[in-house]
Structures are given as structure tokens and as C-alpha cells.
Design a protein around this ligand. Structure first.
Ligand code: MN
Length: 705
């Protein structure tokens, strides 16, 4: 059984004493935190984090990764908090542990293949520090090695998740050794019968193959010696899961797969690689179109090697991989190998997560340079870059489907991504089952549920925070339609208002006159004209005079009867902030270009001389059945004392008037001026609120400005 002392001994190979000391301290901390806990196998719990750290030590990962591996379950499974780990071991280690804990909470349930790939991306996106993934993979590998102690159904679930998510992630990061081991362990746990059959067949075939392998190996070695080339030749056996996948995906029999013999030649330099290639092509005839130059054009995870297939004797195929020692190390450890080089290779601030982020970025940078030297198309790098530095955020629908959105997306973007109708009718949302503002930025792994009502409408303010083009376009489209609709409606009412003085209305206009006017203005239809009036760009009374019936040359009073305001005019109607009109107030509408109608109190000082200009203003009245609430302003002079704000707020609320804003503006000795904004139904409602406030002993004066 591995011990902390044995591990410490191994660490002297590449860590200094102080770093090893820190790893040991993390071990003892974990041992104490997990005290009394046992694994399913009966061992003390701390054996698990120790094993995970040992796996990372094999890859020569830095001391912080090892410390995080020691501590990876303490936040999840013990009393220890993030703050505790932070204060003991610093921010980087605490963040890695926290990241691993978050991954543990993700449960992959969907069976769809496409979802598996999205889920992989989500896992990668959740780890801002690549070491989170490395610790998680080590954790998973040890759990797979000890899976036998689990209940069978749990074994199958974990094995499936390993095959679908974690083994492919190891592959994406170029960690071939880890991928192979995860795959074989998971394959045996998930398909025990198939694994048993294939293993037995492999063992049987091995006897016959042994002679062939050593004879081919000797032949190649001999040829390299003749040519004066250095290189180590070794036979490779395919792992169980790859045999199984090949049988399944390429529809091959076991015998067909076993007729392929695979070798690897590891040599010193890139030049040697190509010379070795020439030598083996001289020795055996190459299979047409099977040669691949991954040295010139590396794989997306940084893998480099020459691959060629050769015709051997008796119908067998010989696969040969040729690469340098460095390429071989990268091929088995991928990103881990790179981060190892970077940690000890440069003086970068390896103490922070930023440092590790930089290292991962350098790894990608390295791939990019490799790519550029190879002079091939850019697409090769994209997948890796997206994996490590995604511009996307991955979130769940309530049914467990994963949606990919641009980073910074909000619930509104999410709603539109699901369906335009959902976006158009959304009113609020739950993020991880809690009510949240629609504008909240989504984070990886969250579950988002959109709440809709049929009568809801998109809000112009959403345009300030949506990220996706889809949401933006849909909202704009809706608002534009909506605005046109509302403008036409208001324009028709304004025009009718003035036409009524001539005993006419918009439906009875002389068509010849209308066509002439439309033509002059460049409009296609009456609706276009009405929209222009509703938007305030064109004066209704001028249009009415043009379109009036011939018989009725002169009309009396230019204002006519007032237009009725229903509060449903939407975007083409606004209540002026200077005087805050309420139902019950006398009102006047100021027609303002591009905005439609702005409603003022008739007495408002800002209206002044415009009041009598029918081109600028129109008399209005309130519709009776108005159900809206309106903002009213109040100013009070009070004797300042502690709790005055609460006192005022209580009175307002008790009268059913929601307080929107309250603040004390200025003091003069003991007197203070309080400004409040509240929501009321109408003028009478406001009067009642004022009466109640006036009764308060400390209130000297209350006015509606
Ligand atoms: Mn664990």
C-alpha cells in the first residue's frame, strides 16, 4: 500500500524539499479531515486522495496540483470549507479543490451522443485552471481502479460516465496513457461479458503472435543497424476497448483486427524519423494511402508522429509509428507533459492560477507555432483552443439538455435559444431552482428554467444586456412590429380627433385626396401615414385639413373634444417626468417627433405657450376603466429623527401605495426635506396617502410638486 513517505521519496526526483513539505502538510490535513471515514473497500478514506496525488506525481505535476489532489474531497465530504483550505494552503490550491468539487456535482444523464460532447466541453469550460481537470482525472482513475467495491448499478453508471466524458477529455488533452487505462477499466465494468470474451481471445492469440512480433521486431532493428540509424523498436498491443471499438465501428472481426501488428520506433531527431521511415519502406512495401505525417501536421492535441502501414508476410499488416523521445512523452501525457515543462522551464509566476492558465495558454501557443511551421490550415488548432479557453458557456435546460451560448449570455438569450416564442413571452427565470433576474449572466453548469406568461412581451431594456444575435434580432423585430402597430393606432385616433370636427373619420376619407397625399409623402398605404402621425412626425390637424370633406370648409374650435387615454398605447405614449400626471389630473398631450405623445398635466410649466398650438399639443382625457399604477412624487418637510424614513414608508405601504424611492435631500437644523416616489392608482388615491402622512406629528408640510 502506498504511503506518504514513499510518495515523498519519489517526489525528490523533481520537487524541492520545501515543496515536498507542503505536499506532506496537505496529506496530514486531509488525513485529519477525513478521520473516521472509510472507503467502500474498508480502507481509511485518506488512501484515496493519496493515490490520486501519486498518479499526478507519475506525471511530474507541480506541488500545488499534488496538494489539491490530497485535499480534493475535503470541501465535499468533510466540515472543511473553501476558506479553511484557502487560509491553510493559499488561493490556487483552494480554487483547484473548489473546481474539482463543482465537477463532482455535475451529473451526466443524457444518452444522446451529441450531449456527451457538449458535456465534455462543459467540464472543460468549468475548469478555469487546467489543473482542476488533471486532479479530476486522477481522482476518476483511482476510483475506476477501485470500482469493484461499489454496488453494481453504481459501477455501471460511473463506468458509462467515464467512457462518455472523462476518457474522451483525457484524449482531447493528449493524455493517451490515462485515456487507455480509463477506457479499459470502464469497458470491463460496463460490458463485463464482452470484455471477458475479448481478453480471452487476446490471450489465446498472444501465443501465436509472440513469434511473429519478435521476428518482425528483429528484422526492423537489423535494418536500422545496417543503415546506421539509432532507434528503439517495440511491439504494441491494442488495448481491449480499442479492439472493441474497432470491431464495432469498422465492423471487423476479431481475427481481422488481430492480423494487424503494431510497432513503435522512438528515435532522437525529426530527421532520424524520416530516415527510419525510408528504411522501413525499403524493408516492407507500404500500403497505399496509409501514410500519415503528424510531424508536419500535428493532431489537435499536439500529438506528433509518422504513421505508416506495411505489407508483411502471410496477409498480415504491420503498423509502424515513428517519433522522437519528446514526441513520445507528449503522446502519452499530453497537456500534463507540457505543463511539467513550463513549470520548471521558465520563471513564470507558478504560484497562482493565472500562472497555470498562462502555462496552458502557452501549450496552445506551442501547438499554434507547430501548426504554423507545418504551414497547414488553421482549423487544426481551433478545437483545442475552444476546449481550454472557451468563449461559450454551457447550461442545462430543466430536462437536462445542454445548451451552448456565448459567454456573458443571460436567461433572455437562453429563452430565445430555446424558442423565439419562449423568449417573447418570458417574464422571469429560475437559475438552479432559485428566482433570478433575467439579466443575470449565466455560468457553466447552471440549470435554467424560464417562466412565461402568454400576455408577456419583450422589453426594450433587454437590448441592453442580451448577448446573442438571435435574441437581439427577435426583440428588435417584435418591438418594431409592436411600435408600428401602436403608432398606427394612435395616429388613427389623432387623425379622427381632428377629422371629427369636419364630421368625417379615417374610414370615410376621399380616396383621391388620400392618394394624392400618400403619393406626395412617398407612402404606400394609409397605415404608413397613420404610423407617421402616431410617431409625432406629422401633424394630425394639418393632415385632417388636407383630407377634410369639400363641403365643410371651416370648422370651429381647433381642439375639438379631448382624446381618451387608455394607458395601453405602449411605446408611443409616455408620461412626462416633470409633472407626473395621474388619472384625475387635467392633461394635455405634447406631440414630439419620433416619440409620439408625451402626456403632461395641463398646468405643467414646461408646456407653457405650446398649450394652444394644435400642431404641438392635443387635449386629452383619461379613460374611465384604467387599471395601471402611476408614479407620483411627493416632497415632505419633516422634523428629522431616527426612523423617519421607515415611518413614512409604513404609512405609504399601509395605504396600498408601493414606495419606489425615498431619500432625505437636505437638512436645515432639525428640519429635513424628504423626497419620495410612490405608485398610486389615481389622484384620489394619492390624496388619501398625503392625508395620512400629514397626520404624522413630525411632518410639517407635504406637497405634490
Ligand atoms: Mn475523490
Amino acid at each position: 500500500m502506498p504511503t506518504i513517505d514513499a510518495l515523498s521519496e519519489r517526489l525528490t526526483e523533481y520537487l524541492d524539499q520545501q515543496q515536498i513539505q507542503q505536499v506532506r502538510r496537505a496529506y496530514f490535513y486531509a488525513e485529519q479531515a477525513h478521520d473516521g471515514q472509510r472507503r467502500k473497500s474498508g480502507e481509511a478514506y485518506v488512501t484515496h486522495p493519496l493515490a490520486a496525488a501519486s498518479i499526478l506525481a507519475t506525471m511530474h505535476l507541480d506541488h500545488q496540483s499534488l496538494m489539491a489532489a490530497m485535499l480534493h474531497d475535503v470541501i465535499e465530504d468533510t466540515e472543511v470549507t473553501y476558506e479553511g483550505v484557502h487560509s491553510q494552503f493559499g488561493e490556487s490550491v483552494a480554487d483547484i479543490v473548489d473546481g474539482v468539487s463543482k465537477l463532482t456535482h455535475l451529473e451526466f444523464e443524457s444518452k444522446a451522443e451529441a450531449q456527451a460532447s457538449n458535456f465534455q466541453k462543459m467540464v472543460l469550460a468549468m475548469a478555469e485552471d487546467i489543473r482542476v481537470i488533471l486532479v479530476k482525472l486522477a481522482d476518476r482513475l483511482h476510483n475506476m481502479r477501485t470500482l469493484g467495491a461499489m454496488r453494481p448499478d453504481k459501477q455501471r453508471r460511473i463506468a458509462k460516465e467515464t467512457l462518455d466524458i472523462y476518457a474522451p477529455i483525457a484524449g482531447r488533452l493528449g493524455m493517451r496513457d490515462l485515456q487507455v487505462e480509463l477506457e479499459d477499466l470502464a469497458f470491463q465494468a460496463h460490458y463485463p461479458m464482452r470484455a471477458k470474451y475479448i481478453r480471452r481471445a487476446v490471450v489465446q492469440a498472444r501465443g501465436q503472435r509472440k513469434d511473429i512480433i519478435s521476428s518482425i521486431q528483429e528484422t526492423i532493428e537489423q535494418r536500422l543497424r545496417q543503415e546506421g540509424l539509432k532507434g528503439t523498436v517495440s511491439g504494441r498491443e491494442k488495448h481491449l476497448y480499442s479492439i472493441y471499438s474497432k470491431m464495432k465501428s469498422q465492423n471487423k472481426s476479431f481475427a481481422e483486427i488481430m492480423d494487424v501488428f503494431a510497432f513503435r520506433v522512438v528515435t532522437d531527431s525529426v530527421d532520424d524519423c524520416y530516415r527510419v521511415l525510408g528504411a522501413v519502406h525499403n524493408l516492407y512495401k507500404p500500403v497505399l494511402n496509409r501514410f500519415k505525417d503528424y510531424i508536419a501536421i500535428p493532431k489537435s492535441n499536439g500529438y506528433q508522429s509518422l504513421h505508416t502501414d506495411l505489407f508483411g508476410a502471410k496477409n498480415i499488416t504491420i503498423e509502424v509509428q515513428i517519433r522522437t523521445k519528446e514526441m513520445d512523452a507528449v503522446a502519452s501525457q499530453g497537456v500534463a507533459e507540457h505543463s511539467h515543462y513550463k513549470v520548471y522551464g521558465d520563471s513564470d509566476n507558478s504560484d497562482s492560477a493565472v500562472g497555470s492558465y498562462k502555462r496552458a495558454r502557452k501549450w496552445v501557443q506551442g501547438l499554434l507555432e507547430m501548426q504554423q511551421r507545418a504551414g497547414n490550415s488553421m482549423e487544426f488548432i481551433e478545437s483545442v483552443k475552444e476546449d481550454l479557453f472557451p468563449d461559450e458557456v454551457y447550461v442545462f435546460t430543466p430536462k437536462g439538455r445542454i445548451l451552448e451560448l456565448p459567454a456573458g449570455s443571460t436567461a433572455v438569450d437562453f429563452a430565445y435559444a430555446v424558442h423565439t416564442d419562449i423568449g417573447n413571452s418570458c417574464v422571469s427565470c429560475r437559475i438552479d431552482r432559485r428566482l433570478a433576474p433575467l439579466s443575470q449572466r449565466l455560468e457553466n453548469g447552471q440549470t435554467v428554467e424560464i417562466i412565461t406568461t402568454p400576455s408577456a412581451q419583450p422589453n426594450m431594456a433587454w437590448l441592453n444586456f442580451v448577448m446573442t444575435g438571435k435574441a437581439r434580432t427577435a426583440i428588435r423585430h417584435f418591438l418594431k412590429n409592436q411600435q408600428r402597430h401602436e403608432s398606427i393606432d394612435l395616429g388613427r385616433r389623432l387623425l379622427n380627433q381632428f377629422l371629427s370636427k369636419y364630421g368625417s373619420n379615417a374610414d370615410e376619407i376621399d380616396q383621391a385626396k388620400l392618394l394624392e397625399l400618400l403619393d406626395e409623402a412617398g407612402f404606400k398605404s394609409l397605415d404608413d401615414l397613420l404610423e407617421d402621425i402616431g410617431m409625432g412626425n406629422r401633424q394630425a390637424y394639418v393632415v385632417a385639413r388636407r383630407l377634410r370633406p369639400e363641403s365643410d370648409e371651416e370648422a370651429g374650435d381647433q381642439h375639438g373634444s379631448p382624446l381618451s387615454i387608455k394607458g395601453t398605447e405602449g411605446m408611443v405614449l409616455q408620461y412626462a417626468k416633470c409633472c407626473r400626471p395621474l388619472p384625475g389630473d387635467e392633461i394635455i398631450g405634447h406631440i414630439s417627433a419620433g416619440k409620439g405623445l408625451v402626456i403632461h398635466r395641463t398646468a405643467c410649466r414646461n408646456i407653457g405657450h405650446l398649450r394652444d398650438d394644435p400642431g404641438k399639443c392635443i387635449y386629452l382625457e383619461w379613460f374611465d376603466g384604467l387599471k395601471d399604477e402611476f408614479v407620483a412624487e411627493l416632497t415632505c418637510q419633516v422634523e428629522s429623527h431616527r426612523g423617519i424614513i421607515a415611518e413614512l414608508a409604513t404609512v405609504a405601504t399601509s395605504m396600498g401605495a408601493d414606495l419606489q424611492e425615498i431619500d432625505i435631500e437636505d437638512h436645515e437644523g432639525k428640519l429635513a426635506k424628504v423626497h419620495m416616489e410612490l405608485l398610486v392608482k389615481d389622484r384620489i388615491h394619492l390624496a388619501r396617502v398625503m392625508k395620512k402622512i400629514r397626520v404624522l406629528k413630525t411632518v410639517n408640510k407635504i406637497i405634490r410638486p
